[in-house]
Design a protein around this ligand. Structure first.
Ligand code: BES
Ligand code: MN
Ligand code: ZN
Length: 490
């Protein structure tokens, strides 16, 4: 989809659909009035005839024979003085449905009447339309015949044009990143293997000069004593990979921000085998890794003057004759030993060695992203990711990043009280914390490997994909991560 910020007259732009906005209890704004005049008053007539009140999220569609646009949608924004980010997001979500119901190829939105909110609106509407137009049809013999939009034009005043352009650039990069994250998540487990993720990372590094990629093989990880990672990957015929994708945009000496993604390309549970129903959804257990690749892709597009490193711990968790067994004890790269009481708590095992590995970058911040615990869904449901951190200020920043990016997260504590749930009679720790606070004890486990830097863990078990009839990866938490790296990371 092409994005454009135009200062032409709205009524002069040929488009399949033109979208214009109106406020409750107010006369039409200048841009809407101009379009009304140019279309023989079809806007004001329809508003009157249909009793349209411009309530937030409501809309009417007009088929005007006088217009350059086949259809005009008027979107209500509620009362003008109450207009804010939340109401714009709400209007964007409902307008997107109405717009896409007409399967337009070209969409034009007149946003001048939103005054100081034009840039915000450009981001909200473009993100929402891009996200709703996403499809994953790789394996359908017959592709959907409905067209998806190819051109999205925002029409604004001259003084807003630069702000709108900037917002669209950001939005487009974010959407490209999210689409990659969703594609990787939706790929089946027999295709999206650890080697496949490594290939995608390498290809991305070829495409962008600012990126370089290195892949550690199992033999390299043996040299680094990554006994925890290897205890997971050894049960699979697919070799595990530790993928390192470096973006260099800052000074050589500037310390990087690091993302670490859980890339379990299929999680059967291992010998602690998962029950059958819905096990297919464990192909999504690499969505943390997918969000790292999607965010790195968006970063490469936006080219900030910072250094950012994405690391992916990729392995398949299988039951096998040579798989880890409950009670096995392994030594991690950090030297700490772990008693594996449940082979289904494998995410923390691959991540802990990756967290030790990234110490060598002397990072300014490290965020790991993982579909780590079913308990996270019990705690926060499917709308909110969990944040746990060794630094409350950092956690607070990430919550704010999520809030701003419409990709919400909430903090859970990792206080000392919880750590004793990981005490093992035989090793330095065990890999499960027993009954209660399952997401917290998982984060407590990870924190024991993240002592040398500012660190946060995002549990995206509830937010990375949706189940049911609309099964599919969501692209979250790319918006949160991108907002952090672009706008908040020092
Ligand atoms: N990948 C799962 C977590 C998960 C389950 C995410 C369902 C989304 C939906 C993870 O590897 C896992 O199996 N965790 C266990 C941990 C337990 C054994 C302590 C879980 O949540 O049951
Ligand atoms: Mn598991
Ligand atoms: Zn898992």
């Amino acid at each position: 989809m092409k994005y454009n910020a135009s200062i032409r007259k709205l009524s002069e732009i040929k488009s399949d659909i033109t979208c214009i906005f109106s406020f409750q209890k107010s006369a039409l704004g200048q841009q809407a009035s101009d379009l009304d005049t140019a279309t023989n008053q079809s806007l004001s007539k329809s508003i009157k005839n249909l009793g349209f009140k411009s309530e937030l999220g409501s809309s009417i569609t007009i088929t005007s024979l006088d217009a350059n646009s086949k259809q005009i949608i008027i979107v209500g924004l509620g009362e003008q003085k109450a207009l804010n980010k939340a109401s714009i997001l709400k209007a964007a979500a409902s307008a997107t449905k109405d717009i896409l119901a007409h399967t337009p190829k070209t969409i034009t939105l007149g946003i001048s009447d939103l005054a100081e909110h034009t840039a915000e609106a450009a981001e909200a509407f473009s993100s929402s339309i891009a996200s709703a137009s996403y499809r994953f049809e790789t394996y359908k013999s017959e592709k959907s015949k409905k067209p998806t939009p190819t051109q999205l034009t925002f029409v604004c005043d001259k003084k807003e044009q630069n702000g709108v352009k900037k917002a669209l650039g950001y939005s487009q990069a974010k959407s490209i990143g999210m689409a990659l994250t969703r594609d990787l998540g939706n790929e089946p487990g027999n295709v999206a293997t650890p080697s496949y993720l490594a290939k995608v990372a390498k290809e991305m590094a070829k495409e962008f000069n600012s990126l370089s990629c290195k892949v550690l093989e199992e033999k390299d990880m043996e040299k680094l004593n990554m006994g925890a990672f290897l205890s997971v990957s050894k049960g699979s015929t697919e070799p595990g990979k530790l993928i390192v994708l470096e973006y260099k945009g800052g000074a050589a000496k500037s310390a990087p921000h690091v993302l670490v993604g859980k890339g379990i390309t299929f999680d059967t549970g291992g010998i602690s085998l998962k029950p059958g129903p819905a096990m297919d959804e464990m192909k999504y257990d690499m969505c943390g890794a997918a969000s790292v690749l999607g965010t790195m892709r968006a970063i490469a597009e936006l080219a900030p003057k910072k250094n950012i490193i994405g690391v992916i711990a990729a392995a398949e968790n299988m039951p096998a004759g040579n798989a880890s067994k409950p009670g096995d004890i392994v030594t991690t790269a950090s030297g700490q030993t772990v008693e594996i009481l449940n082979t289904d708590a494998e995410g923390r095992l691959v991540l802990c060695d990756a967290l030790t590995y990234v110490e060598k970058f002397k990072p300014k911040s490290v965020i790991d992203i993982a579909t780590l615990t079913g308990a996270c869904i019990i705690a926060l449901g499917h709308s909110t990711s969990a944040v746990m951190s060794n630094n409350d200020e950092f956690a607070e920043t990430l919550l704010q990043c999520g809030q701003e990016a419409n990709d919400k997260a909430w903090q859970l504590p990792i206080w000392d009280e919880y750590h004793k749930q990981l005490d093992s009679p035989f090793a330095d720790m065990q890999n499960i914390g027993g009954k209660g606070a399952g997401s917290i004890t998982a984060a407590c486990f990870l924190s024991k490997f993240a002592k040398k830097y500012t660190w946060a863990h995002l549990d995206i078990a509830g937010t990375a994909w949706t189940s049911g009839a609309n099964k599919g990866a969501t692209g979250r938490p790319v918006p949160l991560l991108l907002n952090y790296l672009m706008n908040h990371a020092k």
